[in-house]
Design a protein around this ligand. Structure first.
Ligand SMILES: NC(=O)c1ccc[n+]([C@@H]2O[C@H](COP(=O)([O-])OP(=O)(O)OC[C@H]3O[C@@H](n4cnc5c(N)ncnc54)[C@H](OP(=O)(O)O)[C@@H]3O)[C@@H](O)[C@H]2O)c1
Length: 273
């Protein structure tokens, strides 16, 4: 059963590829740039652009299951031609589809809902990997993390657990028509996150809590636009309940408990040293 993985070079997609390979499934990986994709041996790498459905015929040929992202481009714009992608999947005889959810459902999700495909929407909360995106440079340079809302709770999820759910759903089936919120095993505060990371990397991670006003000024001085600042203040200062409420979906679907942040921190310690 060949599985097409889109977003295969991304944070989650690389884990989806690994999980499928580990389960023995033949994997075809879509990328806009095969030359720089750097995917594991045994993966069939294929060129295509999700924003241009005409480039995707070959990618879907002979595929039975697909892991989809719902955006295109480095600014994560929703796929406007999601319906065409779904048409390609139906024509190719695809049976199962997982979708990595983003900010909101769009044309892709609407088109899937109107088919007989076994589709499953995966809506993870905050990725643990954001910690390296946001903190790695500062920690490596021995500087202090300065953020607002140190007591903010997040039920962060390990990217490999999102992937494990996707691979299980695609290989085993039985999850058609479901929308799953995916979280890690525990909600932790930003302050706790710094402490756990410090233990894992064996070096101090110093954290200073900023007031909202100080944070706004810092982000503006770093060149951040007003719209992003408002988004961050809203997301960090007023995290919706779903972002800090632990659910057991990872364990229910995969049979294994979700990985804790301490494990993520150990696995990724090198990027903070
Ligand atoms: N970070 C979080 O805390 C968080 C939480 C919940 C949900 N999410 C959602 O997760 C998603 C991001 O996933 P990620 O972090 O794994 O992505 P990522 O690491 O940013 O990687 C982006 C991937 O998208 C592919 N891509 C982009 N435009 C493409 C196009 N036009 N055609 C084909 N492929 C394209 C890229 O492939 P190539 O460059 O190889 O073509 C790459 O594999 C977003 O929808 C976001 O809303 C994130």
């Amino acid at each position: 059963m060949t599985v097409l993985v889109t977003g295969a070079t991304g944070t989650v997609g690389r884990h989806v590829v690994d999980a499928l390979l580990a389960a023995g499934a033949p994997v075809r990986a879509l990328t806009r740039n095969p030359a720089t994709a750097n995917l594991p041996e045994g993966v069939e790498v294929i060129a295509g652009d999700l924003a241009v459905p005409g480039t995707l015929e070959a990618a879907f040929d002979g595929v039975e299951a697909v892991h989809l992202i719902n955006f295109a481009g480095d600014d994560y714009q929703p796929l406007t031609e999601g319906d065409k992608i779904v048409e390609l999947a139906v024509r190719a005889g695809v049976r199962r589809v997982t979708v990595l959810g983003g900010r909101a459902d769009g044309p892709l999700e609407a088109a899937l809902a109107a088919t007989d495909l076994e589709w499953t929407l995966l809506n993870p909360v905050e990725f643990m990997s954001n910690t390296s995106k946001w903190w790695a440079d500062t920690v490596r340079q021995g500087e202090t993390i300065k953020e607002p809302f140190g007591g903010r709770l997040s039920a962060m999820i390990h990217e490999a657990d999102i992937a494990a759910v996707s691979a299980t759903v695609l290989i085993e089936g039985g999850h058609g028509g479901q929308t799953y919120t995916l979280t890690g095993p525990k909600a932790i505060t930003t302050t706790e996150k710094a402490r756990i990371l410090s233990e894992a990397i064996g070096a101090p991670v110093s954290f200073t809590e900023l007031t909202e006003e100080q944070a706004r000024a810092k982000w503006a001085s770093e060149g951040m636009g007003q719209e992003i600042i408002e988004f961050l203040v809203g997301a960090l200062g007023n995290t919706p309940e779903i972002g800090y409420t632990v659910v057991d979906t990872v364990e229910r679907v995969t049979g294994r408990p979700a990985r804790p942040f301490a494990q993520w921190a150990k696995e990724n310690a090198a990027s903070f040293r």
